[in-house]
Design a protein around this ligand. Sequence first.
Ligand code: BG6
Length: 494
Amino acid sequence: MSSQYIPVPPFDYVVFGATGDLTRRKLIPALYYRFRDGQFDERSRIIGVSRSKWDDKKMREVARKSVEDFVDKDFLDKEVVERFVSCFYYVPNDVTNEKGWAELDGKLRDDKDIVRAFYLAVAPNLFAPISNYLTKKCYCHKDARVVLEKPLGHDLASSIEINDAVGAAFSEDQVYRIDHYLGKETVQNLLALRFANTMFEPIWNAAHIDHVQITVAESVGAGTRGYYDDSGALRDMIQNHILQLLCLVAMEPPASDDANALRDEKLKVLRALKPVVGDDLRRNSVRGQYRGVRSGSVEVASYQDELPDDKKGSHTETFVAIKAEVENWRWAGVPFYIRTGKRLATRMSEIVIQFSQIPHSMFTRAQGAPQANKLVIRLQPDEGVKLFMMIKDPGPGGMRLREVNLNLSFAEEFEQRTPDAYERLLLDIIRGNQTLFMRRDELEAAWKWVDPIRQAWDEAPEPPQPYTAGTWGPTGSIALIERDGRTWHEESDY
Ligand code: BG6
């Protein structure tokens, strides 16, 4: 298979929050890979903005270091790196103050053939002042784009506030809300799998699917990220990434690949989610928090140990499992078990479509019990898709059933680097393609579902269930699914 690199028009990418971690770890390396493949050239510029008193030279040094630190060595080419860093510029600006904006104005090119994008990699309380100044200073001509990074609010009310402030400066078709999970290669493959093949769609419903599992497991802890304790796993992972994955699994086929056609279908799923409140909340949700572990010379700190003194005793959850239901014709009675957590046994994200059992087995017990088919879509690591099915055990020995998987490991099959989600998303913004970005109504529908859960947990006197670092979460999460006669898909099954 050969990749196709279609160049994008030249751009001025203004990155607010240029001195931050996201810019160094994700944005600069992603842009480097796209530059290296010739998707844009030195006519494009990346203009960092932040309060620090840096200049172009310092910004270029940081860009060079970021490429050296976060780009795979096999892709480093000195000459390309130098050409790439020459695209970087810097403007110091305290965005809450009127004064610093003139210099940015001077740097931007007033040429309608150059796409102008403002990337807000800053705390959400700065979205309003930045949008406000951008409007006042007329930086956002009608073709400009604004990119918002999460957290996009901490509940429905605050997300409405942010959307209103940004909406006063930019129309909805100029706003790109990033959920980087949507840029992951396998997530887009889910669309191809469902809608470019005939075999799955006829059985993609309650008549043939027993249940769905979505797991986003991380082995890292919450660490010292100050933001995490105010957020918790529900806001950090469920409200955005996991609900977006659920939407792509559950939505009806969009009529076209038009951004709004797809987002309309996702919105319908979000609106059909059964509220998890009252008894449902008690029965169908579990929250946990990791405790430390010592094994031999290895010691892992508990979440509490990682917290600063003034936060000790926090009830913030580092693990969530929920049995969700989509109340519509296609999915009636099909549970969606979703879970995510920090300090779990391994780093692994996957979607499991568990098909129903065959209605009747013609095989004897000695020949083996047919296992229900299962489609596993692995996002990371080892991106790929596996279809588990029954076959006859090859060779002599009579009829004996055996479960095998049809394995489509992308890494092995296509022998090429899997691009990082940001590579796709950053250039989609320049292309003006909003398909992989959340629309305002989607974001608000997701908060509407999450808010009552958050509120009930905030009011609950009891702490989250403890779980030991390096395990699969609290026992309550196992009980949540096993009570229904089902089990979580095991890592070793993959
Ligand atoms: C981010 C969360 O959105 O996603 C982090 O804020 C999390 O807490 C990260 O670690 C996971 O992303 P990925 O791509 O590494 O699975």
